[in-house]
Design a protein around this ligand. Sequence first.
Ligand SMILES: [Zn+2]
Ligand SMILES: [Zn+2]
Length: 731
Amino acid sequence: MSGQEFFQAGERVGVLTTQPLDRLLDYRAPEGGCFLGAYVEVPLGPRKVLGVVWGPGAGDFDSAKLRAVIRVLDVAPMRTEMRQFLGKAADYTLTPMPAMLRLATRAPGLSDPPSMRKILRRGDGVPDRMTDARSRVLGVLEDYGGLAFTPRELADMADVTPSVVKGLVKQGTLREEEAPRDTPYPHLDPELPSKQLTEDQAKAAQALAEGVHSGCYGTTLLKGVTGSGKTEVYLEAVAAALRAGRQALVLLPEIALTAEFLTRVEARFGAKPAEWHSGATMTERRRVWKMVGQGAAQLVIGARSSLFLPFRDLGLIIVDEEHDTSYKQEDGVLYSARDMAVLRAAMCSAQVVLASATPSLETWANAEAGKYKRLNLTSRFGASVLPDMRAVDMRSEDLLPSTWISPTLKQAMKLRMERGEQSLLFLNRRGFAPVTICRACGAQVACDHCDARMVEHRFMKRLMCHQCGETKPVPEACPSCEVEGKMAPVGPGIERLAEEAAALFPEARIAVLSSDLFGSARALKQRIEEIAAGEADIILGTQLVAKGHNFPLLTLVGVIDADLGLQGSDLRAAERTFQLMRQVAGRAGRAERPGEALMQTFQPEHPVIRAILSGDEENFWKAEAAERQAAGVPPYGRMAGIILSGPDLAAVFDLGNAMARNDGPLRRIGAQLFGPAPAPIARVRGRHRVRLLVKAPKGVPLQEALARWTAPLRLKGDLRLSIDIDPQSFF
Ligand SMILES: [Zn+2]
Ligand SMILES: [Zn+2]
């Protein structure tokens, strides 16, 4: 990267744009010049596009035809550290730079001129008469000594009607001014008293704070069971970053969790932090983006994409529930937020805290190898303890056909009903029934566009494909043999389980928590709060409920099908099941009441089920690590998944075969190539999918080899290729 920091008007600059081009474009610096890293608007053909000044121009373009940068945007230039981060992230994920820049500029209206709004201050005019309402308005301004407010804010704070405020403006007692709409976030005060920490927690908090004070890069695994006070501990690391005048970022896996979390942050630091996620409004996103760059947002709570915000001085990144699968972006740019957090922190001398009760095997192995520090929180808050976990052996339970709640589980639920406590039934399957079958010919209803069965969703009275989202009504007659009235649901989904629970306990208030049943994150949040307040006796939930919701009255968790995750060829199946079951079980007994978790299983002797029940986590990880090491798979080897897709199956396979024949660059680094083979889901949205799998020893330059291997390819027509480094799932 060039050392030049400023370009005079007319000088050649190289601009990276968000357009899909494989190079920088040369422009002349605008009048007044521009800084390296400046966000600019440049002409491209007839259009204006967003870009960043990436360095001096290449000079390979006729200077007479060179066009000028239209204007420099009124935002802080991109920092060197951020340009390096985007470059490294692009190399790691094999993503073109324009796509990385799009990720880093996902705030609406960045190129709009700063938008203004009306604010009010104390003026010189004396009101003709002083009413109670008027004196309240002036009182508010006095209390906030010199701050200005919008008319609406002022009226709300003084608890008066807008007309009172208007009246004071007319008399000159209040003065109108224009101010930028994007305002700094309220100051967070790390000196406010923290929650009382146990000895264990205080030690961990101290260790994290020391990391922050070092001003160097470092990653720490903060491991603690649900309710062990992980959040309180890492908020003290946030406090340390704020004291050092640096910014902090907390990544959460689930938007629905942010409300509870924001309340805790406000209690600790006296104000709400900035929020960045898909549920935030456009205005709020632009404000976060701009204020983060000015250093006027000390703390951001966000989804994985907040890693690409232009922080001025990021000193700490917390990845909460670091094992969560939602941290892997599976669309567009394929990246793991956990890996990107570590990469970004290394570039800006920040600390990373990976918090989890059930860490990913990758993180566990890095801690074992001494690459990450490890802190363990053992004790739970107060008198609560981990629930008593037991298997319900389904081979010896007496169940009626098409029912899934065993007599043992039913008995335990009955006991909770009598005590006024809550039970939670966990089944990781959305909809009413996973399969609809014809009882005459045995045909199953499949999606027309995908190799997937349609799932019945009774609340919307339709069948749905969970791959492509296509829906259709449940057919009267079998699409295959045309016999009428024989279509029947097979197997349970969460909606069907709710029916069974309602039949068993007609007097119970039943709540179903499944992501597809809520129109908005807000509606879901609301429902969760109601349940926490005791407005349900039986809660039924999918994966959604495994994530950190606090239900104080919940003392029983019933896992309907503990075997569900163990099938399938995914290399992480055992790890996932282990994490999910432990998380779900951790929901019970969080307050003063001890909890119980019952796992319905047909294979109680399965090593994963036994590890879950025994609570011997270290042994589970050691055994799992040994298996992966023997197989040479992540984290002990490297993998990359290549998915080829297109409407014509033969053309997709031809491409795959051609790639397999020309695998020289892969062989030269000692990598093995598997495939081409049909992907586990061989057709999605009418496109055929073929996959190749690359397996390489650890420590070889895998990305470079992949880039050399795929560079000569010219994708004809509608063929597409995507590369997933360290794939998390094998779809
Ligand atoms: Zn049929
Ligand atoms: Zn489909």
